[in-house]
Design a protein around this ligand. Structure first.
Ligand code: ADP
Ligand code: MG
Length: 334
């Protein structure tokens, strides 16, 4: 059974960035205003994420890494919304099957923090011979998740990662996306032993400040904002987009649907098309787009590893968004 679980987990968590994305979303869901990430060896040796969110109850710690354990379902009458938010209750379970996992957490109501180790979905002792039960310890409010030796028990996968810096770049990309999107939250990420290697944004930074800090002032100075609220198709769209004075070699789209970082090739294609009349050949745009649609309009039947998302009336929504961007671009002096 553990072998089957291990294989399934390896399909959900294909690379360190996938583990990081799940942990990041959990930290955001916990209402954190500060999220810190520490990475060693591209995330293969260490991924540690520390938040100041609402923490996990001592009583929930024993089932935390069982599959389909999710406190988030309670908040949703409608099971269809699960897909939208990725509320699958599989992330921590999966990680525990393919890495050494340690959780330290403190809720506001608890007088101390609690720490536990997990393997294969269950609590395990920190050292052989000790009790597997969570241990009280000192700690601040919030949760720290420590993932060590990812894929230690899947040697072929482990060997497939050639370059730690490539994996780190992907992790940086994920953190950077959430750091742009989650205003009100402070983010920091660094490589172990290399303080100058990451990103750091303050909680009170505006969206434009965030983009400027992560993607540079060249794009930051050329951003225009847009806002759409559409009753007919039931969506809102807002964001910031580069104008004809700024272009990059590869289209950069930071897309959020219902506050989850996702990919949509339909949106990418339409945006490139929209910009093609404004930009020189070979020039591409930078777009941050946050789309909110009714949860039951998002395709729920996507495999967890598929970041590609579809939603109802996609064509109509995309057309309205692109028309708005086009109108804004047409007004810019170049
Ligand atoms: P899901 O996010 O789909 O519910 P996960 O396996 O990612 O499933 O997490 C399981 C549960 O563990 C969450 O529903 C939440 O209750 C709790 N949890 C995980 N990470 C955190 C965190 N950083 N802060 C507070 N609670 C957390
Ligand atoms: Mg989760």
């Amino acid at each position: 059974q553990d072998v089957v679980n291990k294989i399934a987990a390896g399909e959900i968590i294909v690379a360190p960035m996938h583990a990081l994305k799940e942990l990041m979303e959990n930290a955001v869901d916990a209402g954190s205003t500060s999220i810190e990430v520490l990475v060693k060896d591209g995330g293969l040796k260490l991924l540690q994420i520390t938040d100041n969110g609402h923490g996990i109850d001592r009583d929930d710690m024993s089932i935390l890494c069982e599959r389909f354990t999710t406190s988030k379902l309670k908040a949703f009458k409608d099971l269809e919304s699960i897909g939208t938010y990725g509320f699958r209750g599989e992330a921590l379970a999966s990680i525990s099957h393919i890495a050494h996992l340690k959780v330290t957490t403190k809720t506001a109501g608890s007088s101390c923090a609690w720490q536990a180790h997990y393997a294969d979905g269950r609590l395990v002792p920190a050292k052989p011979g000790q009790s597997a039960e969570p241990r009280p310890c000192a700690g601040r409010g919030g949760t720290q998740i420590t993932v060590e030796d990812l894929f230690y028990n899947i040697p072929t996968r482990r060997r497939a990662f050639r370059s730690a810096s490539e994996e780190y770049a992907k992790i940086l990309d994920v953190v950077g996306r959430y750091a742009v999107h989650c205003t009100g939250v402070a983010f920091s990420i660094k490589k172990h032993g290399d303080a100058g290697s990451g990103i750091s944004v303050q909680a009170n930074a505006s969206t434009v400040d965030r983009i400027r800090q992560i993607h540079g002032s060249a794009v930051g100075n050329e951003l225009i904002d847009f806002n759409i609220e559409d009753k007919k198709w039931g969506f809102t769209a807002s964001g910031w987009t580069s104008n004809a004075n700024y272009h990059v070699k590869r289209t950069m789209i930071l897309l959020f649907i219902n506050h989850r970082s996702v990919e949509s090739s339909a949106i990418k294609k339409a945006i490139e098309q929209t910009y093609s009349i404004f930009l020189p050949k070979g020039g591409h745009p930078f777009v941050y787009l946050s789309l909110e649609v009714e949860p039951n309009r998002v395709d729920v039947n996507v495999h967890p590893t598929k970041r590609e998302v579809h939603f109802l009336n996609e064509d109509e929504v995309i057309e309205l968004v692109c028309n708005e961007i086009k109108t804004k671009l047409a007004k810019v002096d170049t």
